[in-house]
Design a protein around this ligand. Structure first.
Ligand SMILES: Nc1ncnc2c1ncn2[C@@H]1O[C@H](COP(=O)(O)OP(=O)(O)OP(=O)(O)O)[C@@H](O)[C@H]1O
Ligand SMILES: [Mg+2]
Length: 478
């Protein structure tokens, strides 16, 4: 059904007619007044003019009405046809102009909408949480990362309701108060996991459309701080480990130069201790170098072919020399038809040697250490079992950290550097292997290594899938 135009108010007709007829009426009055025209002539003439005027005025007023409705339709967002105004070309021109203006405005509005959508998409795509804060410190905008970190965020609420961090709030207040932004404030967002963020606060030159006057960007510093702490710990540990034997060497050198200069028996004893201490320092430096070499190559898949059985036979033979004085029996059981693994022979030897060496070191004297190698699905599995004191559950997750020792004094006395299991971890990472530790206090520990067996038929590239298996430790059964 076509909407009929609303009736035009009569007042508009009367006023328009009155205005149109006023000059004619005035002229006729003057003509009658000066007797230039008889009254009835003037009346007839006025009547004729009034009739014609009424017709034209009606059409004109109607077209103004149509023009008004056309503009209203444009304002509503419709797309009406430009009306034709036969008797009013100016109105038609005006309507055409308004339509063109509206089209331009709509194009601009669409591109502003698109721009704003892409701006939000960009802000959402930022990995760092971002919050837009208005002059009254209310959150007016946030991105996806902010929502992921802080949970549901309500816009229009004070920043303090979302982030109760006095340092951050003070900095935001300062920037809102016109002060220049300070160094990023460091805040801790409680977890789990607990995370450390540097809060960058930037004052905007003028408020944005959504009212943001200040932007808060949170940059995750957790990994960096952890790495810094690990580096500092590592340097402290490494220097401490080197300083201890070095201090004892310095002490013995002084004693040998002074009070024990002529004591042959003391000299022999001290030299033996000094040889032991230098050996320890050499082992430490060698282990540190090995660790650093393995770490450097950790992301290069190994390409060698290693037969685990013969490798272990050699290692067990060598370690038997260490086991015998402790009255420890070392047994090796290698399954038949064991597949080869793709790996670096020297690195695997280093890892296996450390595991068996630990078992020999920490098992109780007079007990047995069993080494079993077999096949499990597409993997080769090495199990090293000892009958030592075992390891308490709280130590298990930290065993592969550098210099971590359950009993530092005992491990030192055994000549350990605390780097062995860290080396094992990095070797296995490179070999996509897995380490599992099970331990029963008072009964012993079982260290299991699972290595994927290599497929040599299609070349080593099959093996090169960058999949990493991290060390997993199972809970100790206490
Ligand atoms: N089989 C085991 N039984 C009991 N504790 C063990 C065993 N293996 C390792 N540990 C504990 O884990 C710690 C770390 O072992 P890791 O091999 O890294 O160092 P280490 O043997 O002391 O020294 P390194 O191997 O560098 O000579 C050891 O100090 C020891 O406390
Ligand atoms: Mg060790």
């Amino acid at each position: 059904m076509v909407d009929s135009p609303p009736p035009l108010p009569a007042r508009r007709h009367i006023i328009a007619n009155a205005i149109a007829l006023a000059p004619t009426g005035l002229a006729l009055v003057v003509l009658v007044w000066t007797d230039a025209l008889p009254l009835w002539h003037a009346a007839v003439a006025f009547g004729a003019v009034a009739f014609a005027t009424a017709i034209f005025v009606r059409r004109y007023v109607l077209s103004v009405g149509r023009f008004a409705r056309f503009v209203e339709a444009l304002a509503r967002g419709d797309d009406p046809e430009v009306p034709r105004f036969v008797l009013s070309p100016a109105a038609e021109e005006l309507a055409g102009g308004v339509a063109a203006l509206t089209r331009l405005w709509r194009r601009q509005r669409d591109s502003i909408n698109a721009l704003s959508a892409s701006a939000q998409a960009i802000v959402d795509g930022l990995p760092d949480p971002l919050l837009g804060i208005d002059r009254s410190r209310r959150i007016v905008r946030f991105n996806r990362a902010a929502r992921t970190l802080l949970g549901p965020i309500e816009t229009g609420r004070d920043l303090a309701a979302t982030l109760r961090q006095p340092v951050l709030l003070d900095s935001v207040d300062a920037v809102l108060g016109g002060q220049p932004a300070e160094e990023p404030a460091e805040i801790v967002v409680v977890g789990p996991p607990e995370r450390i963020f540097a809060a960058h606060i930037t004052g905007l030159p003028r408020p944005t459309e959504d009212g943001s006057s200040v932007l808060v960007v949170l940059h995750d510093m957790t990994a960096l701080r952890r790495a810094e702490r690990m580096r500092a710990d590592f340097v402290a540990n490494a220097s401490h480990e080197l300083r201890t034997p070095l201090a004892s060497l310095v002490g013995f050198v002084e004693t040998l130069r002074g009070p024990a200069r002529d004591d042959a028996e003391a000299r022999e004893r001290f030299l033996a201790i000094m040889a032991e201490q230098t050996g320890r320092m050499r082992r430490l430096v060698e282990d540190l170098l090995s660790l650093s070499r393995i770490e450097q190559r950790e992301h290069e898949p190994p390409t060698g072919r290693v037969e685990v059985g013969p490798l272990l036979r050699g290692l067990v033979e060598m370690l038997e020399m260490k086991a015998r004085p402790r009255d420890v029996t070392l047994s090796l059981d290698v399954a038949a038809e064991l597949p080869a693994v793709t790996g670096d022979r020297d690195e695997l030897a280093m890892a296996f040697q450390n595991l068996i060496d630990n078992a020999v070191k920490y098992t109780r004297p007079g007990t047995a250490v069993n080494v079993v190698v077999d096949r499990a699905d597409d993997s080769v599995r090495l199990v090293v079992h000892d009958q030592g004191e075992g390891i308490a559950a709280e130590h298990l997750p930290r065993l592969t950290e550098r210099f971590y020792r359950v009993d530092t004094a005992r491990s030192r006395q055994m000549g350990g550097t605390g780097l062995g299991l860290a080396i094992v971890k990095h070797v296995l990472n490179r070999h996509r292997g897995r380490l599992q530790v099970e331990s029963v206090l008072g009964e012993g520990s079982t260290f299991t290594v699972v290595l994927p067996a290599g497929d040599f038929s299609t070349g080593p590239e099959n093996f090169a899938a960058p999949k990493r298996h991290d060390i997993s430790t199972t809970k100790a059964v206490v």
